[in-house]
Design a protein around this ligand. Structure first.
Ligand code: ZN
Length: 231
C-alpha cells in the first residue's frame, strides 16, 4: 500500500473519530436532570404544601366547632331545664345560647368552604402527580437511550482509535508529522485526485505531479499543499 493511501485511510479514520466524538459530546451534554422534570416536581411540592395548610385549617375549624358544641350542650340543657326562674338570668342564658349557635353556624360554613378547597386541591395534586409520573417515565426512557448510545459511541471510538494506532505504527514519524501539520492547517491533509484534478482545491494538476503521485511517491499539490492520493 502506498504511503498516500495509508495517509488517506488515516484521514478517513480521523474524520470518523471527529464525528463520533462530536456525537458523544452531544449525548453526554444531554445527560442529567431535565427542566420539565424539575418544573413538574416543584409544582407538585407547592401544591402538596398548600394541601397540608388547608387540611390544618380544616382540622382547626373542626376543633373549634367541637369546642363550641361542648359549651353549647350544657347551656341549652340548663336553658330548657326549667330550673332558672329569674327572667334576667334566663334572658342572659338565652343570649349566650344564641351567640354560641351563631358562632357555630359561622364556623360550620367556614369549615365547608375549606373542605371544598381541600377537595379541589386534592384533585389538583393527583393530576400533577400523574403528570409528573409521565414526565419522569419519559425522562428515564431518554436517559436510558442516551446512556445506551454513549456506550455504543465509546465502543465505536475505542475500535476506531485501535485501528488508528495500528495504522500509525506503519508510518514513519516524519510522515505522521507532515500529516498532522497539514490537518491542523487545512482541516484535511490528504486530497483525492480525480480526472487529474486535486479534490482539495479543484485545480488541474501538472502532468509531472500526476506522474510522480502515480508512481507511489509522496507528492504535495503545488496549489493547496495537500498530499495527493490517486485511487
Ligand atoms: Zn490541491
Amino acid at each position: 500500500m502506498s504511503v498516500a493511501k495509508q495517509l488517506y485511510e488515516l484521514q478517513e479514520l480521523d474524520l470518523e473519530i471527529d464525528s463520533q466524538e462530536q456525537a458523544l459530546a452531544q449525548a453526554t451534554s444531554q445527560l442529567g436532570e431535565s427542566q420539565a422534570l424539575l418544573r413538574a416536581q416543584s409544582q407538585l411540592q407547592s401544591e402538596q404544601k398548600r394541601l397540608e395548610e388547608l387540611q390544618r385549617k380544616q382540622h382547626s375549624a373542626e376543633d373549634e366547632i367541637e369546642d363550641i358544641s361542648t359549651k353549647l350542650a350544657p347551656a341549652e340543657k340548663k336553658l330548657f331545664s326549667g330550673d332558672i326562674k329569674n327572667p334576667k338570668e334566663l334572658s342572659s342564658l338565652q343570649h349566650e345560647v344564641e351567640v354560641l349557635k351563631a358562632k357555630r353556624n359561622q364556623m360550620e360554613e367556614k369549615a365547608l368552604e375549606i373542605m371544598e378547597q381541600v377537595e379541589l386541591c386534592e384533585t389538583s395534586v393527583a393530576g400533577t402527580g400523574s403528570e409528573l409520573e409521565k414526565v419522569k417515565a419519559e425522562w428515564q426512557r431518554q436517559q436510558q437511550a442516551l446512556s445506551d448510545s454513549i456506550e455504543r459511541l465509546k465502543a465505536v471510538l475505542a475500535d476506531l482509535k485501535d485501528k488508528r494506532q495500528l495504522l500509525l505504527g506503519e508510518l514513519s514519524p516524519q510522515v505522521v508529522e507532515l500529516y498532522q501539520g497539514l490537518r491542523k492547517e487545512r482541516g484535511t491533509a490528504v486530497a483525492r485526485v480525480e480526472q487529474g484534478i486535486c479534490r482539495g482545491c479543484r485545480i488541474s494538476l501538472p502532468t509531472t505531479e500526476l506522474q510522480q503521485a502515480r508512481s507511489g511517491n509522496l507528492v504535495k499539490c503545488s496549489s493547496c499543499g495537500r498530499i495527493l492520493f490517486l485511487a
